[in-house]
Design a protein around this ligand. Structure first.
Ligand SMILES: Nc1ncnc2c1ncn2[C@@H]1O[C@H](COP(=O)(O)OP(=O)(O)O)[C@@H](O)[C@H]1O
Ligand SMILES: [Mg+2]
Length: 243
């Protein structure tokens, strides 16, 4: 059985006008990411990683081409459908964590659940469960400033998972962390792929982290210049193939 990809890009380009000049942030990128994998998008600063992730997350639109996520053509969504997509289909994790300083870890995780109007008891039970997933149960009532960078990022990951999105998108999630904490965050993401059935796409330029992924796609000047494919999924497919 070949599962359908969680993300498909077909000949995606994105150009930005800068005065007289045109910046080609992505050039004719075609890519399919398999479900239930940890994929890394690597490349130097300016290579197009954020642009690619923003296309996948419905935060930006291609100038040309097509983006499909979890069976939905993101590049054609507008209005409520786009808001709904960003809320339910993708979870976002950013470099700067993006936690609200006056709220505790648990309250930060509850924010997306409030938007869904869950009952308070259900909400706090779910937040506890999510913090447990990222191994932060003991920090539930601390505010961000009382947490290390690595802990703050784990809260942000828990929050991104609140609505059980099939896809987690993380843009340089470890850029503000030392290498030990960066590896720990990648370990958490790996664990989530293994246990929660979520697919994860991480942009990073940290070579330490490439090896922890199932798949590494390298961008240079907006083009895919290397793609490890996926040995794990490829061998699973080979094993499942008849004869
Ligand atoms: N809003 C924008 N306006 C103009 N140029 C942009 C914009 N966003 C990104 N770019 C340019 O597109 C290229 C790719 O940027 P980006 O996707 O942010 O790369 P990365 O995340 O790999 O550092 C860069 O040359 C950047 O300057
Ligand atoms: Mg970037």
């Amino acid at each position: 059985m070949t599962a359908d990809p969680v993300v498909t890009l077909e000949r995606v380009s994105r150009e930005y006008r800068q005065g007289e000049a045109t910046v080609h942030a992505l050039r004719d990128v075609s890519l399919a990411l398999r479900r239930n994998e940890l994929s890394v998008v690597r490349g130097r600063s300016g290579s197009g990683k954020t642009t690619l992730l923003n296309m996948i997350g419905g935060l930006d639109r291609p100038s040309a081409g097509r983006v499909e996520v979890d069976g939905v053509e993101v590049s054609s969504l507008t209005g409520d459908a786009l808001v709904d997509f960003r809320r339910r289909t993708v979870g976002f994790v950013f470099q700067g964590f993006g936690l609200i300083p006056i709220l505790s870890a648990a309250e930060n995780v509850e924010i997306p659940l409030r938007l869904r109007r869950l009952e308070p008891t259900e909400r706090s039970a779910r937040a506890r469960e999510l913090l447990h997933l990222v191994d932060l149960s003991h920090r539930a009532h601390h505010r961000p400033q009382e947490l290390s960078g690595g802990e703050q990022q784990r809260v942000a990951i828990a929050r991104a998972l609140a609505n059980e999105p099939p896809l987690l998108i993380a843009d340089e999630p470890t850029a503000q962390l030392d290498s030990r904490r960066a590896e720990a965050i990648m370990g958490v993401l790996r664990q989530l792929v293994a246990t929660q059935g979520v697919s994860v796409v991480v942009a990073t330029h940290d070579p330490l982290l490439f090896g922890m992924a199932d798949r590494a796609v390298e961008l240079r000047d907006g083009e895919v210049v290397a793609d490890s494919g996926s040995s794990r999924a490829a061998s699973l497919e080979a094993a499942a193939a008849p004869g």
